[in-house]
Design a protein around this ligand. Sequence first.
Ligand SMILES: [Zn+2]
Length: 237
Amino acid sequence: MCDLCARPVSGMSRRGLFAGMAAFSATAALSPRAFAQAAPQNAITPDEALKRLMDGNARYAANTSANLDYSAGRAARVTVQHPIAAILSCADSRVAPELAFDQGPGDLFVVRLAGNFVNDDGLASLEYAVKFLNTPLVMVLGHSRCGAIDAAIKVVRDGASLPGHLQEMVREIRPAVKAAKADKPDDVLAAAVAENIRRGVRRLETAKPILADFVRSGKVKVVGAHYELANGKIALV
Ligand SMILES: [Zn+2]
């Protein structure tokens, strides 16, 4: 059985697994073990959730992903979801959180927008995951060679002008670019990507009233992570 989410990795369907659990519960009624098995998959600590993600990324980077049966457990997810992590990710087509962390449907609650910055709409979605879905981990996931951040650098450093609503995106990323430009002028893009992640984490950790309260109580942790396009590996920032 997959250690991440009670998802069988071979042979046995999730439906069969649930049937087996029901039979087990009938014979071991109300035992502590029966209760433990009935707990939702995200009734875990933030650190346990993070370990599941990082273990999944190790499988993904090694091309040994285990979560490939996307219909498994579909019926059980019709009325409930118990995502183990809420992720604010870039919209970049090369960065797909479910794939990169080797997680299946129902495992991740993902907000995506180019530049993975925190705005009120994204924050509301993350608050929903924490407050109503009991998600124990929130992650800001940036990546190498981010085009949105590169565009912001061109505006800040080179005076470029962007059309349409892209200026609004740049406005959100500009503070990270300015800080990176001052600290690491030799590699502004990499520095701005990292700074943008760190700023996102700080913003979420202190976002009142919901996320800040959950973080203070220890029920939720906010972490930053960086996806390397060249090898698919994710490292904490
Ligand atoms: Zn990006």
